[in-house]
Design a protein. Structure first.
Length: 160
């Protein structure tokens, strides 16, 4: 639970640079005790669904309106995505095995392509919502794995 939360509180309004003030359900908060690579001081995030059936979420920093990452479950695009998780990584988020965990990856737009950082997945304890970013030692995956090409802007207008 992020500091400053009232016991029994269900929702909290957080400020974002993209959406303004938004109300976030208590169950949508994530805590990364060690932060995210490059952002060690940002430890509290809200997971915001981008649409009812969307594969993507915004992982919005609670205390920095301008900081948010697009994340997704990599298995939505790569059903065979598997990572070796060390026992100490599980222990750090309060788990003894992978049951009860969720993996997300950070997504970026590079040109007209969506890429995912498969080398640095986010491991979440679903029950406590505590997470950790892993850095995989094997080179099976990259930090910019292509997920999909985006439609070119204006194509529909030119062909319609």
């Amino acid at each position: 639970m992020p500091p400053g939360r009232r016991p029994g509180a269900e929702d909290m309004v957080i400020e974002t640079s993209r959406f303004g003030g938004i109300e976030v359900d208590d169950q949508r908060f994530l805590n990364f005790p060690r932060g995210i690579l490059g952002f060690p001081d940002d430890r509290e995030f809200a997971l915001i669904q981008t649409g009812e059936n969307s594969a993507f979420y915004w992982m919005q920093a609670v205390h920095r309106p301008e900081l948010a990452f697009v994340v997704c479950d990599p298995r939505m695009f790569l059903p065979d995505y598997q990572i070796a998780i060390k026992p100490e990584d599980l222990t750090q988020i309060g788990l003894s095995d992978t049951v009860g965990s969720q993996v997300f990856v950070i997504v970026n737009k590079v040109g007209e392509t969506l890429t995912a950082n498969l080398q640095g997945p986010l491991l979440i304890n679903v029950a406590t919502r505590v997470g950790k970013q892993l850095v995989l030692s094997e080179k099976k995956y990259t930090t910019r794995h292509e997920l999909m090409k985006l439609p070119q802007r204006g194509v529909m207008a030119r062909t319609a």
